[in-house]
Design a binder for this molecule. Structure first.
Ligand code: OSB
Ligand code: MG
Length: 376
């Protein structure tokens, strides 16, 4: 049983060590929403919202998530008792349409709190079995194919188990081939973040012979039918990211043949409960899933690593260590990766890392506390 007594909402700004460029835009500094969810006895857990500053990945942003959390979502859980954290998702879904990243942040905070209250690691609470998880790196679009090949070589040497290259029309076949030439045996994949249309099919087909483990989200998130038509013409499996907003979308993907692999981002589907449902569905049918990333801080990473410890997460996740993103992360210990590309699943109770409250306070640009007794 959890009774939510208060939620502290805050925004921090944290500069990336280097800009990250995807097909629809670049990010230099993350604006990140953090939540601190407390029960009626004052026990707390941190969580993170994956929404970005600008709506170039999905329609949600830091500002829409702030509004949704403050106005509608947090008031829905305050003072309410949930038998189990898995009940929070259904309640939020029944009251508010959309705003899944905002919902996911709050719902995951309830899971983190439940782990804290039970005195067990979050990974074990959800049935995660692995002691460590395999890590892949996601490389932004570079200006030249040579630069990308150099970068990929460096990351392969660092131990990453999978290298994902961001692509867009004009920055694809030739770039990927340059990387393949220097890394003939690497597990390579590409991610288009919906930058292609059916008129670009020739470029997508041209990447079929490059031994990619998958091609992620070439077409629009809304477009399952055209992905299905493309998959029929490709040997390389398609993986869907933006398209997968709920367990029902996974069913649709499988029925239509729109893809063969699922990128699970708990923030994108509204939290852990739908993520677990997707995991169970795919695992029982042998459909590979892996954990995607959204340039999270060490708090969001704790949730992703816990999720990736489930048995069905059979491919390396976008779970890079703190240093890949930040000069200084906001958690202790920082996330580190072994020389063979794995991150350890924490064994401490709760989310398994301590938040550096002093640093978070310094980075905070706005905050708002909502309590059962009324807003303040
Ligand atoms: O499509 O997976 C994506 C970052 C921002 C928006 C979308 C995506 C990404 C990444 C980052 O690929 C992966 C990471 O966090 O390491
Ligand atoms: Mg993606």
């Amino acid at each position: 049983m959890i009774a939510i007594g208060a939620v502290q909402l805050r925004e921090i700004r944290l500069p990336l060590r280097e800009p990250f460029r995807i097909s629809s835009g670049s990010v230099h500094e993350r604006r990140v929403l953090l939540l601190e969810v407390s029960d009626s006895d004052g026990r707390k857990a941190w969580s993170e919202c994956v929404a970005a500053e600008y709506p170039n990945y999905s329609a949600e942003t830091v500002d829409t998530a702030w509004l949704a959390l403050q106005q509608w979502l947090i008031p829905e859980v305050l003072g309410r008792r949930f038998d189990h954290p898995s009940d929070v998702h259904r309640h939020l879904e029944s009251r508010v349409r959309g705003h899944r990243m905002a919902k996911g942040a709050l719902e995951m905070g309830c899971w983190g709190l439940a782990a804290e209250l039970a005195g067990v690691p979050l990974a074990r609470l959800i049935g995660g079995e692995r002691e460590s998880v395999e890590v892949g790196v996601s490389l932004g679009i570079e200006t030249t194919a040579d630069r990308l090949a150099q970068r990929a070589t460096r990351e392969a040497k660092a131990g990453y188990r999978k290298i994902k290259l961001k692509i867009k029309p004009g920055y694809d076949v030739q770039f990927v081939r340059a990387v393949r030439d220097v890394l003939p045996a690497a597990a390579l994949m590409v991610d288009a973040n919906a930058a292609y249309g059916p008129e670009d099919t020739a470029s997508l087909l041209a990447m079929d012979g490059l031994g990619l483990t998958m091609i992620e989200q070439p077409f629009s998130g809304e477009d399952l039918l055209r992905h299905a038509a493309l998959q029929l013409r490709l040997e390389t499996p398609l993986c869907l990211d933006e398209s997968i907003t709920s367990p029902a979308r996974v069913e649709d993907m499988l029925s239509l043949g729109s893809g063969r692999i699922v990128n699970v981002k708990p923030g994108r589907v509204g939290g852990f409960t739908p993520s677990l449902e997707i995991h169970d569905r795919c695992h029982s049918d042998g459909v590979p899933v892996w954990c995607g990333g959204m340039l999270e801080t060490g708090i969001g990473r704790a949730y992703n690593v816990a999720l990736a410890s489930l048995p069905g997460f059979s491919m390396p996740g976008d779970l890079s260590p703190s240093r890949r993103y930040w000069e200084r992360d906001i958690v202790h210990p920082e996330w580190t990766m072994s020389a063979n590309g794995t991150v350890e699943v924490p064994t401490a109770p709760g989310i398994g890392v301590e938040v550096d409250r002093e640093q978070v306070e310094q980075l905070t640009v706005r905050q708002c506390a909502l309590r059962t007794s009324g807003n303040s």
